[in-house]
Design a protein around this ligand. Structure first.
Ligand code: NDP
Length: 495
C-alpha cells in the first residue's frame, strides 16, 4: 500500500515543512482508513506564520489596496471555491464523516459568504461627527486590526473558518488559521485558493496541529491583534482569559444545549421533522443541535411516536453514499463520549426509547444510533451538558410560562426552536427565550447576511452580517482644527 500523502503548513503563500519534522495521521471516521498525514505544528511554526501575516499586513500591496479591489479579490475567491466545490465537499466528508450530500450543500453556499463580504468591502467607512465646535472637523475611521488568529473545530471546517476569514479579509486584516487536528485538508486547500485568487502571500496562513501545541501558542502570540474562535466552551474560556490579559479582542462561538419547543397548536408532523433535523442532522455534531425537546402535554405522545419512528428508520452508512442519512461521529473519542453520556442517562433514570447503541455499521467506523431519551428532567446531566451527538432528550410541559423557565434554565444560550401556529405566541416566545438565534417553525436556518451570537456560555461577539465587521475593525476618532487663527492660551478658560 502506498504511504499517505503529507500535508505541510501553508505560510507566506507556500507549503512549509513543520519545525518538528513530524506529521500525524488524519483518518476517515467511517472506515478508519488513514487519509493523509498533517504537519504537527508548534510555537516555532506559529511564530513564522504570525510574522508572515504581520509583514503582509504592512505590505503596501495589501495595506494600500483600495477597498474596491479587496472586494474584487474576495469575489474571485468565491468563484474559485465554486469551481472546486465538489473536491472540497468530498474531502470534508471523508475527513469528518458528514454526509457528502450535506457537504455539497455547504460548499454550494460557501461562495455566498465571500460574495457578501466582497460587496461590503467598499462600504466600510467612518462618519463625520457634529461636535459643538464648528471650527473643528471630527471624523471617525474604521481600520483593520492587524493579524487575526482563527481557531476552528472539525464539524464544519470550511464554513466555520469562512465565518471568520471572509469578514477579516474584507476589513483588510491578515489571518493565521489553526484548524482542528481532525480536519486539516480543506482549510489548507482554501489557503491555496486564496493565493490563486490574487491575495498577497502571507494574507492567509495555516498551521496544522494540536490544540495544546499549535493552538495555544497562536492564542498567546504577542503579534496577534485579535483571536476568533469556534469550539468548546471550556477552551473558549481559556482563550478569552489569554486575550483579556493582553487587552486584545476575542470573538467566541461556543457550545450549546438548545431547546426545541413544540406547542399543542403546532403542525405536529412538521414539528417532528424539525425535531429530527435539529438533533440528528450531522449526527448531532452541531453547536446548534436541538438536544432538549419540550413537547406540550396534549401532543407529547404523538410527537414522541413520530420522532421515534423516524429516528429508528434513519439510514446509517457511508457518508459518500447518496442514500445514507446519518454518518459516523467524527472520531473514536467523540463516539465514546456519546456512548458514555447515554450510559450516564440510563444511570440517572432516563429510558432509551430508541437507539442507544454504538455500532460500526459494518464499515469499521465510529457510528452511534440515533437515540431518543425519555423520562428525563432538567436536573439530569444528559439534559444539562452538551453531548455533541445524536441524542435527543424529550420532556413534556404544560404551560408557556413553565416551558420558558425550563428552556432558559441552562448555562447556554445559542439557539432555540419554537413550533406554533399562534402568531402572538411566536413573538412572545422570541422575546422571552434567552438565546441568540430563535427559529419559529423551522430549525438550522443560517445565512451570511444574518448576524448570530451566543448568549451566556455560548459565546461573545457576533458572526455574519454587517454586524460582524465591528469585530474585525477598530474605530479611530480624528480631530482637525480648521481655525487658522492663533491657538488660544491653554490657561484662559473657554466659555
Ligand atoms: P475544542 O474546543 O476542543 O477545539 C476547537 C479548536 O480549538 C480545535 O482546533 C482545537 O485543536 C483547538 N484547541 C484545543 N485546545 C486549545 C488550546 N488550549 N488553545 C488553542 N486552541 C485549542 O472543540 P471541538 O473541536 O471539540 O469542537 C466541538 C465544540 O465546538 C462543541 O462544543 C461545539 O458546540 C462547538 N461549536 C460551536 C459552534 C458555534 O458556532 N457556536 C459551531 C461548531 C462547534 P484540536 O483539534 O487539536 O483539539
Amino acid at each position: 500500500m502506498s504511504e499517505p500523502r503529507k500535508l505541510q503548513h501553508f505560510i507566506g503563500g507556500k507549503p512549509v515543512e513543520p519545525n518538528s519534522g513530524e506529521y500525524f495521521p488524519s483518518t476517515n471516521p467511517a472506515t478508519r482508513e488513514v487519509l493523509y498525514l498533517a504537519a504537527r505544528g508548534d510555537a516555532v511554526d506559529i511564530d513564522a506564520a504570525v510574522q508572515s501575516a504581520a509583514e503582509t499586513f504592512l505590505d503596501p500591496r495589501w495595506r494600500d489596496l483600495s477597498q474596491t479591489k479587496r472586494g474584487h479579490l474576495l469575489r474571485r475567491l468565491a468563484d474559485l471555491i465554486g469551481e472546486n466545490a465538489e473536491e472540497l465537499a468530498r474531502s470534508e466528508s471523508l475527513d469528518n464523516g458528514k454526509l457528502l450530500r450535506e457537504m455539497r450543500g455547504q460548499m454550494a453556499t460557501l461562495p455566498e459568504y465571500y460574495y457578501y463580504y466582497a460587496g461590503l468591502a467598499d462600504k466600510i467607512h467612518g462618519a463625520v461627527v457634529p461636535t459643538s465646535d464648528r471650527q473643528v472637523l471630527n471624523y471617525t475611521m474604521r481600520e483593520p486590526l492587524g493579524v487575526v488568529g482563527a481557531i476552528t473545530p472539525w464539524n464544519s471546517p470550511l464554513t466555520l473558518t469562512t465565518s471568520k476569514l471572509a469578514p477579516a479579509l474584507c476589513a483588510g486584516n491578515t489571518v493565521v488559521i489553526k484548524p482542528s487536528e481532525y480536519t486539516s485538508a480543506t482549510v489548507l486547500k482554501l489557503a491555496e485558493l486564496v493565493i490563486e485568487a490574487g491575495f498577497p502571500p502571507g494574507a492567509v496562513n495555516v498551521v496544522t496541529g494540536f490544540g495544546a501545541e499549535a493552538g495555544q501558542p497562536l492564542v498567546d502570540h504577542p503579534g496577534l491583534a485579535k483571536i476568533s474562535f469556534t469550539g468548546s466552551t471550556a477552551t473558549g474560556s481559556r482563550i478569552a482569559a489569554s486575550a483579556a490579559g493582553r487587552f486584545i479582542g476575542s470573538t467566541l462561538e461556543l457550545g450549546g444545549k438548545s431547546p426545541n419547543i413544540v406547542f399543542d397548536d403546532a403542525n405536529v408532523a412538521n414539528a417532528a421533522m424539525g425535531v429530527v433535523a435539529g438533533i440528528f442532522a450531522a449526527a448531532g455534531q452541531t453547536c446548534i443541535a436541538g438536544s432538549r425537546v419540550f413537547a406540550q402535554r396534549a401532543i407529547y405522545d404523538e410527537l414522541l411516536q413520530l420522532v421515534a419512528d423516524r429516528a429508528s428508520s434513519i439510514r446509517m452508512g457511508n457518508p459518500l453514499d447518496e442514500d445514507t442519512e446519518i454518518g459516523p461521529l467524527a472520531f473514536e473519542d467523540q463516539r465514546d463520549k456519546v456512548a458514555s453520556y447515554v450510559d450516564l442517562g440510563r444511570d440517572e433514570g432516563a429510558r432509551v426509547l430508541t437507539g442507544g447503541r454504538a455500532t460500526d455499521a459494518g464499515l469499521g467506523g465510529f457510528f452511534y444510533e440515533p437515540t431518543v431519551l425519555v423520562d428525563v428532567n432538567n436536573q439530569m446531566r444528559v439534559v444539562r451538558e452538551e453531548i455533541f451527538g445524536p441524542v435527543a432528550a424529550i420532556m413534556p410541559f404544560d404551560t408557556e410560562d413553565e416551558v420558558v423557565q425550563l428552556a432558559n434554565d441552562t448555562e447556554y444560550g445559542l439557539a432555540a426552536g419554537v413550533w406554533t401556529t399562534n402568531l402572538a405566541r411566536a413573538h412572545r416566545m422570541a422575546s422571552r427565550l434567552d438565546a441568540g438565534t430563535i427559529w419559529v417553525n423551522t430549525y438550522r436556518a443560517m445565512s451570511p447576511m444574518s448576524p448570530r451570537q451566543g448568549f451566556k456560555s455560548s459565546g461573545v461577539g457576533v458572526e455574519h452580517g454587517t454586524e460582524t465587521m465591528k469585530e474585525y475593525t477598530r474605530l479611530k476618532s480624528v480631530w482637525i482644527n480648521t481655525n487658522e487663527g492663533p491657538v488660544p492660551d491653554p490657561f484662559v478658560m473657554r466659555s
